[in-house]
Design a protein around this ligand. Structure first.
Ligand SMILES: Cc1ncc(COP(=O)(O)O)c(C=O)c1O
Length: 469
């Protein structure tokens, strides 16, 4: 339905309003803004929306009809014609989707794509039930502004989940429902006024975090990652923030060691600095029990804890949560109230229903077992296939990592593999430092018995066809 399209009208203009409506809609049709075959507002509705007389709009619609741009089907409404009149076609401007996000927004996921859940094992019945109940509740709810921090019932549920699954006790007033990790990060950066400051980021680390900080005017300082996780170059002057993945380092997978956890918390309290804990994979730790969240050890009120439903439920939900130190809860409430209120109440209610019905926990338990099996399957097949000069790592994280010699062009290899339908990612863009590691990241969530062997063979052929020594 293209009914939402409103042509601009200017009463000061010398051109008549009928003509302005006609020209505005004609341009929108020719440029593709109004798609062929889409339905338009009735002329009665449009006249109300534009605050002009019905006759004015009707004359504009008649003109559009006479020129062959629209067709009317009596009570069936008014539509953009499927066959447009030949005429000077205005080329729509080229507007690109945001770059560097790794994903095709229209299709996928591809085999080995990272960051998406298993597509075949979602508990659809329970999920649909949760939505049906959410819609029924919504229908019975008064049409008023909801709490911008998110539904209290969901914030309570999240606080309960954090206490049991992540060993972190917090009060629901510290919890904010956000548009995923990205939305939560934006809220912290804005509310804390970090623009113009410097932040430690893991090297290698999640590129979207680095780009997000830079977009928000925060200078990033690379903090190297070793076997114990990230090591902050603490002597470095002036960092007021560190954004880290203590649970499972992204992309290398190790958990932050107890010594490093203590060091980082100590640094924050001494340097009047802050930590953003990106707990993107939550308790989806495949071997053993996940360590508690870093925020659980935070005695100084310095950690912002961020969780996301993107890996555990669906990235399309755009839902996550932010937990702020208690002392900052009011300030964050005011910030989100004005600048970043939580999104759709129905979606929040559905997630709450799903959680309170016990389905979320059951789903996580099943996914942990499934992902562990799929990872083992991939490792077994990959090691059989892969070039002997390539090192394969698979401890931790929901990925398998392949490391190449430094001379390899991992971006070109990944691009070729992507053309062959494999959603692998190159490793080097995850580094901020010069002379980055080279390799590929493979997601394990959608690996299947029947297909894994063939996919590994294809990947192996792509890698072997690239000389990199
Ligand atoms: C390191 C890391 N953080 C966060 C996220 C989730 O981001 P969002 O909640 O914005 O989807 C991902 C998903 O790929 C990730 O890999």
């Amino acid at each position: 339905m293209a009914g939402a399209f409103l042509p601009l009208v200017n009463r000061e203009h010398k051109v008549s309003i009928t003509q302005q409506i006609f020209l505005g809609m004609r341009t929108a049709i020719l440029s593709g803004t109004l798609e062929k075959g889409s339905r338009l507002s009735s002329w009665q509705d449009l006249s109300v929306q534009l605050g002009v007389s019905r006759g004015t709009v009707k004359r504009a619609y008649d003109l559009l009809k006479d020129h062959g741009f629209i067709v009317t089907k009596g009570r069936g409404g008014t539509w953009v014609a499927m066959a447009l009149p030949v005429g000077p076609v205005e080329t729509p401007p080229q507007v690109h989707a945001p770059r560097g996000l790794f994903y095709d927004f229209e299709e996928g996921p591809q085999y080995f794509q990272l960051g998406v859940p298993a597509q075949d094992q979602f508990p659809s019945k329970a999920w649909h039930g949760a939505w049906r109940r959410a819609i029924a509740t919504e229908g019975a709810r008064p049409q008023i502004y909801p709490d911008p921090r998110g539904l209290l019932s969901l914030r309570r549920e999240v606080a309960g989940y954090l206490a049991t699954a992540r060993g972190y006790s917090c009060h629901p007033s510290q919890v904010f429902i956000t548009s995923g990790f990205a939305g939560a990060l934006g809220i912290v950066l804005g509310a804390m006024g970090f623009r113009g400051n410097r932040a430690f980021v893991e090297d290698p680390g999640f590129p979207r975090t680095r780009h997000a900080l830079q977009q928000a005017g925060v200078e990033t300082i690379a903090a190297p990652v070793d076997r114990e996780g990230v090591r902050l170059p603490i002597g470095e002057e002036g960092a007021r923030l560190a954004v880290i993945t203590p649970g499972q380092q992204a992309p290398l997978g190790m958990s932050l060691s107890a010594t490093r956890r203590a060091e980082i918390l100590h640094w924050a309290s001494e340097a009047d600095a802050w930590i953003i804990e990106d707990d993107y994979a939550g308790e989806l730790q495949l071997s053993g029990r996940a360590l508690p969240a870093l925020a659980a050890d935070d005695r100084f009120g310095r950690v912002f804890h961020i969780g996301s439903f993107s890996k555990t439920l669906n990235p399309g939900l755009r839902l996550g949560f932010l937990v702020v130190p208690l002392a900052l809860a009011d300030m964050f409430g005011a910030f989100v109230g004005h600048l970043a209120p939580a999104g759709s109440v129905v979606a929040q209610q559905a997630v709450q229903n799903f959680m309170s019905g016990g389905h979320f926990y059951r789903h996580l338990r099943r996914m942990k077992a499934l992902y562990a099996r799929r990872k083992a399957l991939l490792v077994e097949n990959l090691c059989r296939e892969i070039h002997p000069g390539v090192r394969c790592e698979y401890e931790g994280a929901l990925s398998v990592r392949l490391f190449f010699p430094k001379s390899a062009d991992d971006v070109a290899i990944a691009a070729e593999a992507q053309r062959a339908g494999l959603g692998v990612l190159p490793l080097s863009p995850w580094y901020q430092s010069h002379g980055p590691g080279k390799g590929l990241l493979l997601g394990i969530a959608n690996v299947r018995d029947r297909t894994v062997r063939g996919k590994c063979e294809t990947l192996s052929q792509v890698i072997s066809s690239h000389p990199y020594a």
